[in-house]
Design a protein around this ligand. Structure first.
Ligand SMILES: NC(=O)c1ccc[n+]([C@@H]2O[C@H](COP(=O)([O-])OP(=O)(O)OC[C@H]3O[C@@H](n4cnc5c(N)ncnc54)[C@H](O)[C@@H]3O)[C@@H](O)[C@H]2O)c1
Length: 444
């Protein structure tokens, strides 16, 4: 099938590369010429396991191309996916400018019937707006061309995006048109062979499903973080509580790891958009507001613990920070707790030496002007640092050389923002251990 993907970011590029891998003819469209030029030369601008190989192989085979020529890309395709950004407005609602700009452009250029599939995360009712925008542009041209708008939210996770796209738990397609249902069924059939994973639902149902999924996951995280805060006060080890509740099949072990809060480009903005949608629907004091509040506080919990240990003036202190990306296996720092933590430490006079396998370059821009140095060597970061703060659970941080850390860290203290380490093991090596929800096991 011939497909155009408009917006070649995390979602658009992965979608395009995976559809091309299945034999489709895919053209990825973007307004960022530099990015397009790089992609044509096999330079993938984001870190995502397996993506570079797919992009290079499918570009070489001619099934995957990159262009800024919107009109020819759309008019050469049966399906046009919208995969542009939907950042938050001041009031938390989703800014639909990019989505509606693309819709307008589609209406201005289409010359043949097409299925427009919205992959961007958008509030309930956006497909109607997209349809109206295309209709208005067509009317302006005095044309009447058939088109359908379907909602096809994306559930991939950064860090395992290719794997998630290739082997999805489910593919949700919101459509009221049997014809576009057939087109989407054909397109996604290859990803749903072993088991029927395609769920055809109403357009508004699909739009809400994406937000409900992210809000549910964010709720689990904030719930557990709040339990951890209680554990800190009540002398309970949250890790034992986590294992105790996670073994209950009704609760399950995923997304109940206490830590420094969720980040990334999706959960924070999607929860805020959910709050906005709930308020539009007349709901007050929603669970989503509590989830968001807990997360904002949670991002600073480690800073509070550092202050409790070293005092509020951190001048002259150096902290090694392991992990900048919002999660492992990505270079994305949007909404990352580590960036918030680094800023707050620097504001209190501290120097930060940050280590991350992928996210150093992007962090340099985000933390510009602050007293932050960078290294890819974790033990160069900890050399002569006062303490170590672990924020992202990259594999290489999971089993550190505690003996070396004990000799390097001036205060011999580890702030374990992901509860990665066994406190007793830290103590055995002469280290102080400070985790989240584990003050009862604060060993020294
Ligand atoms: N990142 C994720 O893990 C993820 C997962 C599921 C859903 N989503 C949703 O998917 C959407 C895209 O997210 P992303 O992370 O891929 O964004 P992104 O910022 O990485 O990429 C968006 C791309 O769209 C391009 N763009 C903007 N306006 C354009 C236009 N008029 N024409 C062509 N290209 C244009 C930008 O240049 C950019 O390359 C968002 O709604 C997001 O919420 C993201």
């Amino acid at each position: 099938m011939k497909i155009a993907i408009v917006g070649t970011g995390y979602v658009g590029l992965v979608t395009g590369a995976c559809f091309a891998e299945m034999g489709n003819q895919v053209v990825c469209v973007d307004i960022d010429e530099k990015k397009l030029q790089g992609l044509r030369n096999g330079i993938v601008p984001i870190h995502e396991p397996g993506l570079e190989e797919l992009v290079i192989a499918n570009t070489a085979s001619g099934r995957l191309t990159f262009t800024a020529d919107f009109s020819s890309a759309i008019n050469d395709s049966e399906v046009a996916f919208i995969a542009v950004g939907t950042p938050p407005n001041e009031d938390g609602s989703a800014d639909l400018t990019q989505v509606l700009d693309v819709a307008k452009s589609i209406g201005q250029v289409i010359t043949h019937p097409i299925v427009v599939a919205d992959k961007s995360t958008v509030p309930v009712g956006t497909a109607d707006q997209v349809r109206e925008t295309i209709d208005a542009a067509l009317l302006n041209r005095g044309e009447a061309i058939e088109f359908d708008v379907v909602s096809n939210p994306e559930f991939l996770r950064e860090g395992s995006a290719v794997q998630d796209f290739m082997y999805p738990d489910r593919i949700v397609v919101g459509t009221a048109s049997p014809k576009s249902e057939r087109v989407m069924e054909e397109l996604y059939g290859a990803f749903s062979k072993k088991q029927d994973r395609i769920q055809f639902v109403g357009v508004r149902d699909a739009e809400m499903t994406k937000y409900a999924a992210n809000a549910m996951l964010a709720t689990k995280i904030s719930f557990m973080n709040e339990v951890a805060m209680m554990c800190d006060e009540l002398g309970v080890d949250v890790e034992n509580v986590r294992r105790g509740i996670g073994s209950d099949a009704r609760i399950g072990p995923s997304f109940i790891y206490p830590g420094c809060g969720y980040g990334g480009s999706c959960f924070p903005k999607d929860v805020r958009s959910m709050i906005n949608m709930a308020s539009q629907a007349g709901l007050q004091d929603t669970i989503f507001e509590a989830v968001e509040r807990r997360n904002q506080r949670q991002q600073l919990v480690l800073v509070d613990k550092v202050v409790a240990q070293f005092g509020s003036d951190l001048s002259g202190k150096t902290f090694a920070l392991w992990g900048l990306a919002f999660k492992p296996e990505t270079d994305d720092i949007r909404g990352a707790p580590a960036i918030t933590i680094a800023r707050h430490l620097c504001e209190r006079g501290a120097r930060v030496v940050a280590c991350d396998p992928q996210a150093i370059n992007v962090s340099r821009q985000a933390l510009q002007g602050l007293n932050v140095q960078y290294t890819e060597d974790p033990y160069q970061a900890t050399e002569k640092a006062d303490a170590l703060i672990v924020v992202t659970e990259w594999r290489q941080f999971k089993q550190p050389d505690f003996r070396r850390l004990s000799s390097q860290l001036q205060s011999k203290t580890i702030f374990d923002g992901r509860n990665l380490y066994n406190p007793q093991r830290c103590v055995d090596y002469g280290l102080n251990y400070i985790g989240i929800g584990r003050s009862s096991v604060l060993y020294s």
